[in-house]
Design a protein. Sequence first.
Length: 319
Amino acid sequence: MTGAETTATERVAALLGAGPDARVDEPAWVASARDRWEELPARLRRTLRSFRRDPGPGGALLVRGLPVTGDALGATPLADGSVQRTARVPAAVLMLAACGLGDPAAFRPEKTGALVQDVVPVPGREDFQGNAGSVLLTFHNENAFHPHRPDFVMLLCLRADPGGLAGLRTSCVREVLPLLDDATRAALHRPEFRTAPPPSFGSAAGSAEPHPVLTGAHDDPDLRVDMAATEPLTERAAAALEELRRLFERTARTARLEPGDLAIVDNRITVHGRTAFSPRFDGTDRWLQRTFVLADLRRSRAHRAGDGYVLADPAARDA
């Protein structure tokens, strides 16, 4: 982003945040963000639309120079389940981008269904395999167990890791696929894997159904896996999953996010994770904000009460 583009984006975000009713979870506010998407700099809109159509060989996009200091940030939150409900500049920027990629979405059991969620280290959760932890976060598709997992995961950096260790890691099936032998590829296409929901979702219906890791076009498949939660059901599935794990590591890319960096991961073809780091818990730790995007909101209608943006438990139907 040029300086002029950053300023123009901040102006649009600030307009969305004006007034006492600027709440990012309100459908009327989301509608306003969708309207104001057209006011963003043309180059930013073209870039996001192009990425939506074709995320390229790496399946991830990094936009730098977005405004995050339009409001005083304050200390990095320490509470588990921290979210952003008011339309401060960073949250408004995330929602504007979400409206360009599709529609924002959240899951009721996860962080109370907030559309903008804080990703921060939490005291006592250092070993947790999730956004509150600080150990190595293994590669995964976001909410891989869910029938309506996000199409895109957006992470906006408000504050960098002061130790410089935390890095977003990504690996894309488009780069892994040519490295797979025929037997491994065939095994990954068989429904011989089971993925459990994260602890925040409890016992979610459908999570026990066997599924393949690779689906769709043979030469450009979608990916569904969580290296911490996907269980192989056969010996050949176990061998294939281990080979996939090895190739994820071989092809991985790492980005150490700085304030104003927006990382967008195509969750259909790319897994992501995070390097280990050492939080200080003094208000200066790494602080990202996260929003999920569905490219086709209609497909999840039975899971969303009142045609809103929050999905219920996968067991729910005809909400």
